[in-house]
Design a protein around this ligand. Sequence first.
Ligand SMILES: [Zn+2]
Length: 302
Amino acid sequence: MSALSRRDLLSILTGLTAFGVGTTEAWAAPGKRSIATSNSGPASSGSASKSPRSPKSATKPATKPTVQVKPKLVFLDPGHGGKDSGALGVRGTREKAVVMMIARLLQKELQAGGRYRVMLTRRNDSFVPLRERVARAQAARADLFLSLHADSHPDADIRGASVYTLSEDATDRETAALAARENRADGVIAGLRLADQTDNVASTLVAMTQRSTVNDSRRLAETIVQTLSRNGVRLLRRSHRQAGFAVLTSPDIPAALVELGYLSNRQDEKLLTVRQHQTALARSLRASVDAYFAAGAATRKA
Ligand SMILES: [Zn+2]
C-alpha cells in the first residue's frame, strides 16, 4: 500500500472520529495537533524547492514528458536531548550528543543528492517529548522516519548495532527492557494503543494502514541491517528486533530505530566518537534509504 492510500484511509478515519466513532491519543492526525512554529520547531533543510533534475535532460528528444519527482521527506530523529542525556559512555560520551552528530552527517548525505528533503525532530540540545516527535513527522507528512540512538548494557563486552521496528507486544525481555529505557523520557510506554480501539470499522481501517506501514518498516530495517553489514559495521547477533517504541507508533509513516552501538563498550564508544566511523554510519544509512525507496518504486511499477 502506498503512502498515499495509507493517508486516504487515515482521512476516512479522521472523518469517522469527527462523528464520534472514537479517537485515541496513540496517533495524532495531521491538523488535529498544531506543529510548533517557534524556534523549537523542526529544522527545515531549506533545499525543498531545488529540483533534483538536471536541466540538460529536458533538451533531449524525449518520447515521454519529463516526470517531476517530488523529493521524499525523510524525518531524522536524534534520540534524547536537553535534560535527557540518554546512555552514558564509559569515558563519558553522551548518547544525545553522538546521535546528533551522526544525524547531521546523515542529513548532509541525504540532501547532497537532491532527492530528499530532510527534517529533524530536534535541531539542538533540547528536550522534545516522544509523542511530539511523532506528531511533528505526521504534521509534515513525512515519507520515512528514522530514529538514531546508542545503547548501553550492564555487560561491557556486548557491542554492535541493531535495528528495531514496532511490535504490538514486545515479547523478547531484552527488547522490552530497551523499549522501556528509550520510552522513559515520556513516563509512558505507548506501544500500540490503537489495538484497544473498540469500533470495528475504525479498527479495521487502522489495522490495514498499520499492516502496510509495519511491512514497509520491516523492509526498511532489513535493508539497514544488510547495508551496515556490507559496510563492515559490527552488528548484534539478532540484528533486527521488534519492540514497543513510542517514537515508532505513527500508523502511516514507515519507521525504524537504529541503535548504532553500545556506549557501555569501550570499542563501540570510541568508534561512535570518531568522525570517520560516524561518516561511514551516515553513508550506510543514506544507502539504506536509497535502496528502500528504489525497491518501493519498483514494487509499485510491477
Ligand atoms: Zn537512546
